[in-house]
Design a protein around this ligand. Structure first.
Ligand SMILES: Cc1cc2nc3c(=O)[nH]c(=O)nc-3n(C[C@H](O)[C@H](O)[C@H](O)COP(=O)(O)OP(=O)(O)OC[C@H]3O[C@@H](n4cnc5c(N)ncnc54)[C@H](O)[C@@H]3O)c2cc1C
Length: 388
């Protein structure tokens, strides 16, 4: 008989287990922290330097739910904890990453931290069914466990290959909860475009215009379409079939025309900005690329500007197999933000991405997972963070 069973040893389950006291079982159907270990291309974007209000606003439209969790465990607490694990951090454009280390090292340190605190960690054992009688009864592929408290930390649907499953939603539903339909969030674009052929692996700094918004950052060409920070950021605002405009040079019309006059040809203008393979693709669309600009018609120059600085693409968002996050999940009306406990079932808690909270790229989701995980841990009869 456990005081608490935490189902899911991902980011939020691990965070919760780090601070639990009492007899606790942390259980996962795969190895613990699989997603966390590769997060942020293994650099792990832990959190963000945005101030509290900006932070909360980022989780449109449900950020307010996190205010209580952030009151007791926010960025400084997370970074202090990372420091107690003897890990360094570095900041890039407000995003806080691990420095000289990686996600695997972080996960190993979290696992050791938990084991040193006598939390039982069971990996590669799938929870199949959960019942609530006097206690919670958790049925797994191998065992039956009982517990006074139950924490569902099974995450969202993004990336089945990393362990994502709808099991948590199913457990919550069986206990009476409703689920806001999950949708992929922070998604690359799955598009085919001859301009992007054979560019897989190349990254470019671009500007993306969508309605009155401009996003700037690195865009990555992939074998399935477009990804990278700027695409993931823009994806949180667009929907399928929307038109976005990519500016590969970051120049407006006036500057483009002025610089083109000086450069004499389009190729000479772009050669320092764009990689060779991309220029090859561009030259297939504008065969006059090497011609002296005086010999190119105004119509063609305008066409070149549209191609290089205002390239229109039709958005096609990828699905859960390529998304980074899930929007939707446990209906927050049924969860108390002060404890992340169920308003419907006593001693039932939720933390992490299973809740209907999704943040944009920038460290917002790992921070939310740690903060809600910590909040729940404090409601299970625990050690306050400052004593660790
Ligand atoms: C490739 C990638 C990179 C990312 N990088 C970043 C980043 O740098 N910064 C950031 O803020 N966010 C990042 N995210 C998002 C972030 O990783 C997640 O929001 C966060 O891990 C969610 O934590 P969680 O605990 O809710 O879920 P998860 O970490 O997904 O953990 C859920 C766990 O539940 C387990 N589980 C599911 N069903 C069962 C079952 N039936 N029985 C037992 N166990 C079960 C799963 O195996 C899994 O281990 C990234 C996401 C992806 C996909």
């Amino acid at each position: 008989m456990y005081n608490a069973i935490i189902v899911g040893a991902g980011t939020s389950g691990l965070a919760c287990a780090c601070f639990c006291k009492g007899k606790t079982l942390l259980i996962d159907k795969q190895s613990a922290g699989k997603k966390l270990s590769i997060a942020g291309n293994e650099r792990v974007n832990l959190t963000n330097l945005a101030d509290l209000n900006e932070f909360l606003k980022a989780y449109v439209p449900n950020g307010e739910f996190l205010r209580d969790a952030f009151k007791i465990f926010f960025r400084d607490d997370l970074l202090r904890f990372i420091n107690t694990l003897n890990l360094d951090i570095e900041v890039e454009n407000n995003k806080v990453f691990l420095k000289n280390s990686n996600g695997k090292i972080l996960v190993n340190k979290l696992k050791n931290f938990i084991l040193n605190r006598n939390i039982h960690l069971v990996e590669n054992e799938k929870v199949i069914k959960i019942e609530k009688k006097e206690t919670f009864i958790v049925y797994t592929s191998r065992n039956i466990y009982k517990s006074k408290n139950l924490v569902i930390a099974t995450g969202g649907l993004a990336r089945k290959k990393l362990g994502a499953s709808a099991d948590g939603y199913m457990f919550a539903k069986s206990l009476g909860h409703t689920i806001i339909p999950p949708k992929p969030f922070e998604t690359p674009f799955c598009i085919k475009d001859s301009l992007f052929e054979n560019l897989s692996g190349i990254s470019l700094y671009v500007q993306i215009k969508y309605k009155n918004k401009i996003f700037s950052g690195d865009m990555l060409f992939t074998h399935f379409g477009l990804s990278g920070p700027v695409i993931l950021e823009a994806s949180c605002f667009v929907k399928n079939c929307d038109i976005i405009n990519i500016n590969f040079l970051g120049k407006n019309k006036d500057i483009f025309f002025k610089e083109l006059e000086k450069a004499k040809s389009i190729k000479l203008l772009i050669k320092d900005y764009l990689p060779k393979r991309f220029i090859n693709n561009i030259s297939k669309k504008i065969p006059f690329i090497e011609k002296n600009i005086n010999q190119v018609s105004k119509k063609n120059i305008h066409f070149a500007f549209e191609l290089l600085c205002n390239y229109k693409i039709n958005v096609k968002l990828c699905g859960f197999d390529r998304a980074f996050v899930t929007k939707g999940g446990i209906n927050l009306k049924e969860v108390d933000p002060k404890s992340c406990s169920s308003k419907l079932v006593s001693n039932l808690f939720f933390c992490g991405e299973i809740l209907d909270i999704a943040g944009p790229i920038g460290g917002f989701n790992i921070q939310a997972a740690f903060s809600t995980g910590y909040l729940v841990s404090q409601k299970l009869g625990n050690l306050p963070f400052t004593n660790i």
